[in-house]
Design a protein around this ligand. Structure first.
Ligand code: NAI
Length: 444
């Protein structure tokens, strides 16, 4: 039987980054993947959607060229947009394969099944290791809505692969995936209807972000129904839903269901799972260790925010812990990013969340309408909001909705991990004219 220091099941951004760290630390490492290197993030999630959204933003910018005194015309070739997306994914995937080879990580193609605390079976082969890491991620979830099995009803994985854009897309679920697809389809000139069960879209986000995004999407013609329950999807694609106790219908030629994801643990263990689980999610401590000391689990399969960078952080922490080190990365401070137009990003606590925790919190906000670079670029209105503790002025969180929010949020992640105050952040000189100088204004 082949012996390793670490066997990782799942080659997403959690698993493959952990494999690289382990190999670098001198651990003999195996990585098992049943589909493609890169996991959901690279093959069905972050990267392909961002490739499509980038094309959509370019399309929008070309349409708005007149604002800048330019004359240009653009039209969409969806097949070519898809081809570009596939090219990006293939390039990054081969990059991961090369990294694994260079690091001397053994990659096994196949389904890994844990047979005991130190053994994994791939196909007919048994591999053993001092440590196992479960990084199997999550999968799309389709609820038992009558008609959910009809042709034209898609999961996000399926919709991403379509070479034709539907003319009217109904999106069930106004969360992160729903908002990114709503942005993409509406930027491509298609009609979009969103049906969200909770009282507002992006219910986990700061209220003002939900409201602002709703307003912006409505301005672009997106029809948004909140507090709405889908009853059924009828043949020919009529979506029946109830909003404020009134039944309504909407005709569509495509329906996307994106109401959350489920952990990939089915068939992972031979016999009774030795690790504690709840609704398929694996329980772990802060080091990613399960109740079986040799078995670690990281990323979506453990629940949490289900974000690629969270999985990477957890994997790196787990590898450090296996080596007897105290993990340094703060996996408890995870920024969330949504690639709408404008971008949305948040880290730490909202004012409401801080108050729920019993903290005396307040916030201050800077509107991007006063930011030079925003006006120069003719960007959408937006804001940067910073949440701090009253008295100490310690930074507790930030919510941003503006250009480059997904890059700029890291200033606040750094501030929170370093226990910085408003005054500390205001001491930095940020260049002019930039979007980032708005951070200076927000913290002053
Ligand atoms: P989500 O949890 O973000 O949103 C699901 C939405 O569906 C919620 O607003 C929920 O209230 C609503 N909902 C639930 N049942 C419903 C029903 N029967 N009818 C109507 N609405 C219903 O989940 P989503 O968007 O599917 O994303 C899955 C995961 O992937 C999330 O954890 C997300 O963080 C991650 N993701 C992250 C991205 C990013 O960071 N940019 C992009 C895409 C996904």
């Amino acid at each position: 039987m082949k012996e390793y220091d670490l066997i990782i099941i799942g080659a997403g951004p959690g698993g493959y980054e952990a494999a690289l760290d382990a190999a670098k630390a001198g651990m003999k490492t195996a990585l098992i993947e049943k589909e493609a290197l890169g996991g959901t993030c690279l093959n069905h999630g972050c990267i392909p959607t961002k490739s499509l959204l980038h094309a959509a933003n370019l399309y929008k910018n070309i349409q708005e060229a007149g604002l800048f005194g330019l004359k240009a015309e653009a039209s969409v070739d969806v097949t070519a947009v898809q081809a570009r997306k596939n090219e990006v994914v293939a390039q990054l995937r081969s990059g991961i394969a090369a990294q694994m080879k260079k690091a001397k990580v053994d990659v096994y193609e196949g389904t890994g099944r844990i047979t005991d605390a130190h053994t994994v079976r791939v196909g007919e082969e048994d591999l053993s290791a001092r440590f196992l890491m479960i990084a199997t991620g999550s999968k799309t979830f389709v609820p038992k809505i009558p008609g959910a099995e009809l042709a034209g009803v898609y999961t996000s994985d399926e919709l991403l692969e379509q070479d034709v854009l539907c003319d009217h897309l109904v999106i069930i679920g106004g969360g992160v995936i729903g908002m990114e697809f709503a942005s993409y389809y509406s930027a491509m000139g298609k009609q979009v209807t969103v049906i969200e069960a909770m009282p507002r879209i992006l219910p986990a986000m700061d209220k003002e972000i939900s409201q602002s995004l709703k307003m912006l999407l409505k301005k672009k013609g997106v029809d948004i129904h909140t507090g709405a329950r889908v009853e059924e999807i009828r043949e020919g694609l009529t979506v029946v839903f109830t909003e404020k106790e009134t039944q309504q219908t909407v005709e569509a030629d495509g329906v996307l269901i994106c109401i959350g994801r489920r952990p990939n643990t089915e068939g992972l263990f031979e016999g009774e799972p030795p690790v504690e689980m709840e609704r398929g999610f694996i329980h772990v401590n802060e080091n990613g260790q399960t109740n079986v000391p040799s078995i670690y689990a990281i990323g979506d399969v453990t629940g949490g925010l289900m974000l690629a960078h969270e999985a990477t952080a957890e994997g790196r922490r787990a590898v450090e812990h296996m080596q007897g080190k105290t993990p340094a990365i703060r996996a408890d401070i995870i920024p969330g990013c949504i690639y709408t137009e404008p971008e949305i990003a948040a880290v730490g606590l909202t004012v409401d969340q801080a108050k729920e925790k019993g903290l005396a919190a307040d916030s201050q906000k800077y509107p991007m309408t006063a930011n030079g670079k925003t006006v120069v670029e003719g960007a959408e209105r937006g804001f940067i909001k910073v949440v701090y503790e009253e008295g100490t002025h310690k930074i507790l969180g930030a919510q941003m909705m503006c250009e480059r929010a997904t890059d700029m949020i890291s200033e606040f992640s750094l501030a929170i991990t370093q226990d910085l105050t408003l005054e500390d952040m205001a001491r930095v000189v940020r260049p002019h004219p930039t979007f980032s100088e708005a951070i200076t204004e927000a913290v002053r």
